[in-house]
Write a protein that binds this ligand. Sequence first.
Ligand SMILES: Nc1ncnc2c1ncn2[C@@H]1O[C@H](COP(=O)(O)OP(=O)(O)OP(=O)(O)O)[C@@H](O)[C@H]1O
Length: 350
Amino acid sequence: MSFSVSLQHRYAGFTLDASFDVPAQGVTVLFGPSGSGKSTILACIAGLLSAQAGRIALGGEVLFDRARNIDVAAEARRAAVVFQDARLFPHMTVRNNLLYGFRRSEGDAHDFATVTDMLGVAHLLDRRPATLSGGERQRVALGRALLARPHLLLMDEPLAALDAPRKQEILPFLERVRDTARVPIVYVTHALDEVDRLADTLVLLEQGKVLAAGSLHELSARTDLPLLSDRRDAGVVLSCTVDSSDAGQTRLQFDGGMLIVPPWSGVRPRVRIRARDVAIATEQPVGLSIRNVLPARVTAIAPHDDHECFVNLQLGGTFLLARVSRSAVVELGLAPGRDVWALIKSVALS
Ligand SMILES: Nc1ncnc2c1ncn2[C@@H]1O[C@H](COP(=O)(O)OP(=O)(O)OP(=O)(O)O)[C@@H](O)[C@H]1O
């Protein structure tokens, strides 16, 4: 099932002309600099703004089609929105805030307990919003949204108002929602750490236009997207499964090989392998302290700056990015099609 969005809208000084087609599952992150049109797109999806032209369809359901005069009312779209500020009702307890949307849905007590447990708000039910921390308020806002049993969950920079420790506190809850709630999520942010942690699919926006849309893994391996490749820690994000674990190390399986990492107890680990942490050897090295040495094939080479190149590598269905000096590319005779060994010096786990 796909989620298909095509929108054209003009404000004085700003033109939105954005189209993307993404899977209607998991988290789709709209990422781009301030003013690139992220919130405008979200408002159109929510039904809070009618674009001057375009079409929005979730699976077979058309929510908006300007040409056919279809514009499903916001409530009927069943799209719950979580904003930067929690927007809870101040005079109501947490319980009543949570029950607000729930009453109107076909939910039952089991869902209420599941959601309050999942978001760690069960002990806050009798409190009022003013007595909660910013992170707790956002968890309640998320709970209220989930209990409305939305067909789409929309989040507009839900962590932007929180300080770094509160943000770290709430990210695992968002991961849990992504991994357990069967509702497609569209998530707006301009924070790359949130992209790394949460995105399954990424839509990159700049000045009202879509630069690229695709899986986070695929886009993180692209060298022609400065929004991603110019970051200091540019590199690919891989979703893995745990193969085995013992006291000393964990083995992570990915499509194309195995990674050895320090002991890890999570369920669906994601790793970021930074391009500067990947070296290339043309023969299998021996006597190395690096544990992750994997056979790979060079697929492309692109200049990064005056001194360095990005080398695209493929291992099975997985792409890696290595940053190596221009002189090394020449000396090693690296070229597309060449079989090499990728030496992964360090792996960042989230
Ligand atoms: N109601 C409006 N009237 C006129 N211009 C608007 C209106 N709403 C948004 N804009 C303009 O449209 C552009 C896109 O705004 P939008 O809020 O969608 O961007 P954004 O990517 O979400 O930005 P940010 O990350 O800063 O929230 C901006 O230039 C903004 O000033």
